[in-house]
Design a protein around this ligand. Sequence first.
Ligand code: OOB
Length: 539
Amino acid sequence: MTTSTSFTPWPPAFASRYRAAGLWTGVTFGRLLTESAHRHGSRAAVVDASGSWTYERLDREAHRLAGGLHRLGIGRGDRVVVQLPNVGEFVVLCFALFRIGAVPVLAQPSHREHEIVQLCTQSDAVAYVVPDRHLGFDFGPLIERVRSRCVSVRHVVVHGSSGGFPTVADLLDEPVPLADPDPADVALLQLSGGSTSAPKLIPRTHDDYAYSVRASLEVCPLGVDDRYLTVLPVAHNFPLSSPGILGALSVGATVVMSPSPSVADTFALIEQHRVTVTAVVPPIARVWLEAAATTAYDLSSLRVLQVGGARLKPALAAQVRPVLGCQLQQVYGMAEGLVNYTRLDDPEDVVVGTQGRPMSPLDEIRIVDENDREVSVGEPGELLTRGPYTIRGYFRATEQNARSFTSDGYYRTGDIVRLLPSGNLVVVDRVKDVVNRGGEKVPSEEVEEQLSRHPGVRDVAIVGQPDDDLGERVCAFVVPTAEPPRIRELKRFLRDAGLAAYKIPERYVFVQSLPLTAIGKVSKKSLRARLVEPAPLPG
Ligand code: OOB
């Protein structure tokens, strides 16, 4: 891929500074696994529902799969959309692609035609790796739709039974000698939880992503005796790199993959494998805390519960230690880069009441008002950031980049935060137009665009409805063209458009018009206010 059009490199002065400070070490992920395999060969690296991989086996299979993919014609810089659930093959595949220098585009298993077609098109993907079935969903018809709509996709690789396509297992071939990619090259493309109708791709280099994993390990240390449980979908930045799977694998720990976040699956795995560390979003923490009170499972091995992805209420945070008997670590991160953590030795009020502070001494943050002027300490403002693992631009998105980054390279997070005198951040609100549904980010514009295609919809605005379980749920304010369409019909329309289920509004409010701001934009603020107003009394 050509550097100039694909991603915005750090200015040379910054890159030199990060190298000189020893943050960017020039190690690629392929080499990282080889080194772990040398040091920890016979230890268990990954355990999933169907088997386990020692470090030696993981390394060997990653080499063999790289050989198979290379023979298929997948080469350096090629993008490959990876849509695998929490299975060991996800890890084998990512390392195989890292070794080739091909770039995984990390999709979620919950994505459907709408998202996958966008990802393949936007990244010009040459291949699509997908399960045959997952949680009752048959991917066969989706694969056909993607093949017919995305001309760049020359190969489909299936995890499971083939349906005529090669499987991951079929492609475990003889290894081929492959030159190590440049550590300054893009290693993977993450998905932004951002606010535009088309997803934005986040190019992370070996250098910057490997550093983010190492810095995460400093604030959430793991060692050979740790078992890290993957509860959230593996492709997400949090379980992948904070310190997550990549952190565990770089120190010789064991990654245990849970097929789902359910109490039944996760508690059984925690007991069986004596899990020590895991990462969840607030709604899962809530369910675990409720279930832990009466569970027969032994959860005493848990040392650290990381919670992030959405706001964790202090009342819930305060229960973690007494109920689960482990330390809470709040994690406020973003796939674009910056990750803030509370530290394991922080006082209780910081752990319970804040979202922590940047993990790297070279992270730079500014908190600004709407005119980009810095606010005083303690005042709310938008968080801007740049640093050794925060991107300087989205993949092939020149126009968007002008909006999302300042001229001096700060990323506009869209989050409203307060900086406490202790140096910790509290996330208080957001200016970006996204619904955060229990950690899953739903860009309002994307759903509005789809819903406004329905003939019965004249206008629509999507907002987050406050919710005790999920933090927020997706709510649609709809101005109908005539008689309001049936809600069931609107939901089916969105499903048929291939929108992932978590983006489909659960609540619909029919209105005659949408309220406007002084400058004529839809006022989401007043719509949100309507959702929390007490319901009018009947009659
Ligand atoms: C993580 O990454 P993304 O890219 O899915 O979402 C980032 C956004 C943030 O900008 C913020 O709006 C929200 O998610 N967020 C939080 C939060 N953590 C993320 N809001 C309040 N409190 C928190 N603790 O979500 C992510 C990436 C790496 C590690 C952890 C989470």
